[in-house]
Design a protein around this ligand. Structure first.
Ligand SMILES: [Zn+2]
Length: 103
């Protein structure tokens, strides 16, 4: 599985846990407005966190080709959609998500 798909799963879980029904629903008092999501770049060793509001994350994942990454963590095959101070949104199309074949 490509790393951004794995970390998308992690982020969806974070999103669920910080939601009104989640065990971390009190996040606003401890974390402030933004939740720390995981960087969805291609680097398996990357442990960067990306501060986003829950609303912004929900907006990004509405498009299945959009991923959120830390600034500068752009996979070479990704197109940059939005660049902010704390995060960037990149587009990784379906065919790029398929691991390359070993020749
Ligand atoms: Zn990263």
């Amino acid at each position: 599985m490509r790393k951004h798909l794995l970390f998308r799963e992690v982020n969806l879980r974070i999103h669920e846990l910080t939601g009104p029904e989640g065990v971390m629903s009190g996040w606003r008092e401890t974390l402030g407005e933004a939740v720390d999501y995981a960087c969805e770049c291609a680097d398996l060793g990357c442990t960067a966190h990306v501060p986003l509001t829950r609303d912004k994350f929900a907006e990004i994942v509405e498009n299945p080709d959009y991923y959120v990454v830390a600034p500068g963590h752009y996979p070479g095959y990704a197109e940059i959609i939005e660049r902010e101070l704390d995060y960037a949104v990149v587009m990784i199309r379906g065919d790029a998500r398929v691991p390359a074949r070993v020749p």
